[in-house]
Ligand binder design. Structure first.
Ligand SMILES: *[C@@H]1O[C@H](CO)[C@@H](O)[C@H](O)[C@H]1NC(C)=O
Length: 143
């Protein structure tokens, strides 16, 4: 029993990553997010901070019964599938793929969302980044 718990703990730790804001900024830049949909990099870093505090394994349950996954808190009712709903699954992806340390799938899905709905699809962006000076989120990063 003890061994099982130790193993589970290790697996949990190994599959969760918290990015620094500059690490994330660099990855987003490499993924052509510098000016995607007319939004500069700092908006995406601010969004990830507001939504997940840069944690790849973030999960939050919404009042409507849906669930948000990963660093960009992507919703299972509309964008990914976890079997809970007959999801619209706009990103054609399993929600678990949005929680891995390799965030390239999450970035692709975020691009899909922003191209269809704009960045205001994210409540965290509306509440913490919209009409704010977001430049501070990348000011000390060499990006
Ligand atoms: C991350 O995932 C993408 C797509 O799933 C893949 O193409 C890429 O090689 C992966 N990157 C690393 C560093 O494993």
């Amino acid at each position: 029993m003890m061994k099982v718990w130790v193993l589970l703990l290790l697996v949990t730790v190994a599959s969760a990553k918290t990015f620094t804001h500059c690490e994330l900024a660099r990855i987003l830049k490499e993924s052509w997010m510098s000016s995607y949909a007319g939004l500069n990099l700092a908006n995406w870093v601010c969004l990830a901070n507001a939504e997940s505090e840069y944690k790849t394994n973030a999960i939050n349950h919404n009042k409507d019964g849906s669930t948000d996954y990963g660093i960009f808190q992507i919703n299972n009712r509309w964008w990914c599938s976890d079997g809970q709903f007959s999801s619209h699954n706009g990103c054609q992806i399993s929600c678990s793929q949005l929680m891995t340390d390799n965030i390239s799938d999450a970035i692709q899905c975020a691009k899909t969302i922003v191209s269809q709905q704009g960045i205001s699809a994210w409540v965290g962006w509306n509440n913490h980044c919209k009409n704010k000076d977001v430049s501070q989120y990348i000011a000390d990063c060499e990006v």
